[in-house]
Design a protein around this ligand. Structure first.
Ligand code: FAD
Ligand code: NAP
Length: 549
């Protein structure tokens, strides 16, 4: 039985570990710690497991990493018992998978749903975390693990007048559980990131009219989603240990990588042929993995960008609309988007595209959206406006380490992001982040990064316990070296030249800086393993005998 919201008592539950969040990160952490014998509780704001896949129920939501790789790999039993329906499974199926795992591992009895962690303060007298939830429950834990997700705080821009809108409005990342019907309605979608681009073609099929409010045009590549052939699934299953190894050693957490060749080494006709094949094959890496310098060299990047621009022009019939859809940033420097019929949707009579860079949104009115040009009357507005990524969910919690210093203060709201390996930060003993800032996280197949972090963190906790260590804390110099390395790696790429959510540029007032580690999943794993093998090099461990008061 799970603990429910509102079970209040003055009693402070004493735990070995508290995990915040019951998405894929939190679920695996709970399983692993429990298997090791540690008393663990997960606190989850939602009313169910699955995190991203619990909250993002918008039309068209599905994964962009092929489903056969976007799942847990730690258990052969789970791998063999679950079969995905299609190349990119839809959100309800991924949510079903999270529930299947939670049931199979009997996880729910240690998860408290409908509850938010509001504060967590490190108690230096006891070397423990004092944790408080929004229903007033107090917990004390030796270890605190943030499994809060990188994309769990929805960004609803502060448009003037939103409270006056007489229709319904939704954010893709907080979609209602009840069915939303757009039949016969005039719908506006603000935002053309991955969420918008998945939702737009589906909403267009149902709505009377769809108006898309676009700020930045995007490069999108066909997903070419299809049902999975049982023979292919059989083959994958038979080779999964090899696949798992390749994913772990790869750049982005998939069992293949870019060709070791510059785009400028091939003559235009060869490049064109390869790009055409990639377009037909579809998928997140099909185009970019043709060459190894698209993210590094402007001229190389332009070859792929020009190719996608030519495809947009080929697909979209109205030349004026095609012009508005032309992306200009360096391709691949925002998360690559894959779609089903996105550009084709603009050939429909019931769809219009508004360029809000040219005529910005000035106000949400009672009747719809007013831009600098005109007012658009709408019955419903969909905000596909993304997330306050990576630091957002951490800063929502009043998280304080040694000396009562808050994480937000320490990181100067993000302007001075400092972590050691993206897992920990100096001044915050026994605090761990899963897929935290300055780790590969959002640049990878997140399942691979999640498993690696969960395994590293839980092994570390077990090591501390077995070696009578009261705490572990990152050293400021190790942290400074790692953070500098993360910035140095980013600086040589084109990624830092684009305004993206990786850079914090999507949130008004958020400091700019590349928040993830671009060095690759395999290289990063090696570094983490090395630190562990050298007795947690770069960390200070405090023995239990030195803490007796
Ligand atoms: P989440 O799934 O975000 O779970 C975090 C949980 O923590 C949430 O349920 C949240 O409610 C809870 N929480 C946060 N703060 C608190 C608090 N203070 N108190 C209590 N609970 C709290 N990645 C890929 O690799 N491939 C994909 O195809 C892919 N598709 C995506 C599609 C969408 C629409 C989005 C938004 C993201 C996608 N991602 C994808 C990234 C995705 O977030 C990760 O793959 C993965 O699901 C993250 O799992 P998680 O457990 O780390 O975080
Ligand atoms: P996003 O990529 O940040 O896109 C948000 C969109 O809203 C952008 O077009 C942005 O324009 C626009 N926007 C933001 N603020 C605005 C404002 N004030 N006025 C007008 N427009 C505004 O968010 P997302 O689409 O939700 O995707 C976030 C990430 O989640 C993805 O990159 C991906 O990692 C993950 N995701 C994956 C999938 C998948 O395919 N599996 C699906 C959804 C999400 P600008 O570009 O100009 O900022």
């Amino acid at each position: 039985m799970s603990l429910s919201h509102g079970q209040k008592s003055n009693h402070v539950a004493e735990l070995d570990a508290v995990v915040i969040g019951a998405g894929f990160s939190g679920l695996y952490t709970l399983h692993r710690l429990r298997e090791m014998g540690y008393k663990t509780r997960v606190i989850e704001a939602g009313n169910g497991v699955g995190g991203t896949w619990y909250w993002n129920r918008y039309p068209g939501a599905r994964c962009d990493i092929e489903s056969i790789y976007y799942n847990y790999t730690f258990s052969d039993e789970i791998l063999n018992e679950w079969t995905w329906s299609s190349r990119y499974a839809p959100q309800p199926e991924i949510l079903q998978y999270a529930n299947f795992v939670a049931d199979k591992l009997d996880l729910r009895r240690d998860i408290q749903f409908n509850t938010k962690v509001v504060s967590a303060h490190y108690n230096e007298d006891h070397n423990r975390w004092d944790i408080e939830t929004d229903d007033g429950v107090k917990l004390s834990a030796k270890h605190l693990i943030a499994a809060v997700g990188c994309l769990s705080v929805s960004n609803v821009p502060n448009f003037k007048g939103i409270e006056n809108f007489e229709g319904e409005w939704y954010h893709t990342g907080r979609w209602p559980h009840e069915e939303v019907s757009f039949k016969g309605k005039r719908v506006g979608v603000i935002g053309t990131g991955s969420s918008g681009i998945q939702a737009i073609p589906v909403i267009a099929e149902e709505a009377e009219h769809l108006t898309v409010f676009q700020r930045t045009p995007q490069y999108s590549i066909p997903a070419r989603n299809e049902a999975l052939d049982p023979e292919y699934v059989k083959q994958i299953r038979a080779n999964y240990s090899e696949i798992r190894k390749k994913m772990r050693e790869s750049a982005h957490g998939v069992p293949f990588g870019p060709r070791e060749r510059s785009a400028l080494d091939d003559p235009p006709e060869v490049r064109q042929k390869l790009f055409e094949e990639a377009w037909e094959k579809g998928g997140l890496f099909s185009l970019s993995y043709n060459y190894n310098d698209l993210g590094l060299n402007e001229e190389a990047n332009k070859t792929a960008a020009d190719f996608v621009r030519s495809k947009i022009r080929e697909i979209v019939k109205d030349p004026e609309t095609a012009d508005k859809l032309m992306p200009t940033y360096y391709i691949g420097t925002k998360r690559q988007i894959i779609d089903t019929n996105y550009y084709e949707t603009y050939n429909r009579d019931n769809v219009s595209l508004i360029d809000i860079k040219k005529a910005p949104i000035e106000e949400i009115t009672a009747k719809g959206i007013r831009t600098a040009d005109k007012e658009y009357e709408l019955d419903a507005i969909v905000f596909a406006t993304g997330f306050d990524a990576m630091t957002g969910p951490l800063f929502k919690i009043d998280l304080r380490g040694r000396g009562g210093v808050s994480l937000k203060e320490k990181w100067a709201g993000g302007a001075n992001l400092r972590t050691y390996l993206g897992i920990s930060t100096a001044g915050f003993p026994n605090f761990f982040m899963i897929t935290g800032p300055e780790s590969p996280s959002v640049l990878s197949n997140m399942m691979v990064s999640i498993e690696q972090h969960v395994e590293w963190i839980t092994d570390c906790i077990d090591y501390l316990h077995k070696n009578n260590q009261a705490s572990i804390e990152a050293n400021p110099d190790a942290e400074a070296t790692w953070s500098k390395h993360v910035r140095d790696v980013a600086e040589v790429t084109l990624a830092v030249k684009t305004d993206s959510w990786y850079m914090g540029a999507n949130i008004e007032g958020k400091p700019r800086g590349f928040m993830a580690y671009l060095g690759g999943v395999g290289t990063y794993r090696q570094k983490c393993t090395e630190v562990q093998e050298k007795g947690y090099e770069g960390f200070t461990l405090l023995s239990t005998s030195n803490t007796a008061k």
